[in-house]
Each structure stands twice: as structure tokens, then as C-alpha cells.
Design a protein around this ligand. Sequence first.
Ligand code: PHE
Length: 347
Amino acid sequence: MAEKNKLMLELEEMQTQAHQALAEIQQETDLQKWHTKTFGRTSLLINVFSRLPEVAKEERPVVGHRANEIKTALETEYLAKQSAIKQAALQRNLSAEKLDVSLPGRSPLQGRLHPQTQTLRQIYNIFAEMGFQVYRSPEVETDEYNFELLNMPAYHPARDMWDTFYTTKPGVILRTHTSPGQIRAMREFAPGPIRVVLPGMCYRYEQMDASHEIQFNQVELLAVGKHITFGDLKGTLTDFARRMFGEEVQTRFRPSYFPFTEPSAEMDVECFVCGGKGCAICKGGGWLEILGCGMLHPVVLRNGGYDPEKYTGFAAGLGPERISMLRNRIPDIRYFWANDIRFLEQF
Ligand code: PHE
């Protein structure tokens, strides 16, 4: 073939330009524009066949053939470029959102038992070893169970010992101590023998300060049967103190008064901070009061369904918050139920 015809030159020029333009492209959008320009309806490659009459007849197959070759070549280049751009975009994403698998994770905040749940469980364990079962009784009580059946009729001045939350329903109150559970347990088990602990929240209408809360736990101890004596009471409670505070701890019983026990006493343990010498915790006295106790009053036994001529029993009521405060030197009872994580997380 002598000289190339004009159309052939245009085709080759167009291929060169398209090839160079493609090499520069970095973006998907530019690639699409390139594609439209190269293969679109107005492009030379598409219109070359309608322009064949411009060319001498014998050269037309050569031009047509060449046009097809160029088209195939550019298409191949286009596909290669397209996948290169995709690959580059993927690489960019991978390095931008790189995950550092060697970075330690944040450990989740782990919950734990409330300090008083821990103390309560410790108390249950000690009494369980002595054969006492846990017996639950209601926190919302009647005046009858909280006072009357415990030998405190409505006029009784001993009611002044308990500041009380009354509900709007007459005769329904929040229990001021766990002692009403004594009557409930006795009425369930009479005339059988009883050895139970009655734990749970009690409520008193108090002016709150470092040693007074309107809510606190108590653990009531109750034993009923034949031939139960004050000696059993002393032995059980002294043994409890040894298991709770250590083998060496000294205890003492002081006479006291409760309407539902006779005789009544309070038990002190030797101050484990100063060993009985006297310090700020025991306020110089060398002893710490931890519970009230006594032999069941005959009226209470009868109200529970036991004949006081045949049966006797003892009861005690201890304050687990007080025990925790003494053992951990917590200066303010209000910490227990204030929901302050800084306090709770220390236990
Ligand atoms: N219920 C008494 C109180 O709250 C404690 C107690 C219980 C005393 C059992 C004697 C016997 O103070």
C-alpha cells in the first residue's frame, strides 16, 4: 500500500491519543468519560464504517479491518485500566481503615456482689454450719406482726424504740425489724422445732446521719424447741462471734430490755481494733455492741402457736451493716445504699 489514506491516518492518530489519555487516568469517573469519547455514538470508531465511501474501494477492507483491530486493542486496554483503578481503590481503603489487631481491647466493667450481700452470705454460712436455715419474710408488714404479736399492743411505750414508716393503708407498715418473721416462722412450723435465720431489709423513719439510715439489713436468729436454755443462746452467739471475728475474740452479755424476749440481753464483742484497750472505734470502752437477744417471751411463743409451758426458744437480731462498718472501719452507714461506685468497688 503506497500512501495511507486520510481516514486511516485519523484512525491511527485517534488510537495514539486514546492510548495516551488512558494512561493518565486515575479516577473511575474519568475512565467513564474516556469510554464514552472512545466508543460512544459520535466516536470515530463507531462512525468509521459510514465514512468508508471516502476511501478508495480497494482500500476499504483494510481500513475496516484496522478499525476493528484498534477497537479490540482499546477495549482490552480499557478493561485492564478499569481493574487497575478498582484495585487501587481497594488498597486505599484497606490502608485507611487498617485494623490494628495487636491493640489490646477494652475490658468490660465487671460487676460484683454488694458488700452487704457478701456479709450476709458469710453470716448464713456460719449459721448454716450450726443447722440454721434461711427463712424469708415480707418487708411490708402489718402493725399486728411488727408490734402486736410481739407483745407490743397499740398503747405500749416500747413502740417508741422503733421509728416507723406507715403506709396510707391503715395497719400496713414497712417492718422496723426482722422480728415479725419470728411469728411467721412459728406459725408455719408449730409445734415442730425451729432453727432459722430471718434476713433482710428493715426500714425506720429516722433523721439520717453517719450512724442512722432509713434502710438497713438485719439478720434475726430464731430457735424454738423443748429444753432450749439461755445457755444455748450464749453458746450459739459466742460461737458465731468466734467464727465471724476470729477464734480469740472475747464476748460479753449485758442485760437489756425487749418486749418480746425475757430475759433480754445485748452482746458485745471485744474491740478488734484495739484489742479491748479502748480506741476511737469503740469510743474508748473496749467493747462493740453487735446484737440484741433474749429468750422468747411466753406471749410471743403462744402467739406463734407454741405452749410456753412445754416449749422455750431464743431469738437474736444483728445488724450486718454495723458488723461491716466495724470490720472495714467504714465511718458512715449512708455509704451502703448511696449507690456510689467508688465505695462499692472497694469490696
Ligand atoms: N428486733 C430487735 C431490734 O430491732 C432486736 C432483737 C431481736 C432483740 C430478737 C431481741 C431478740 O432492735
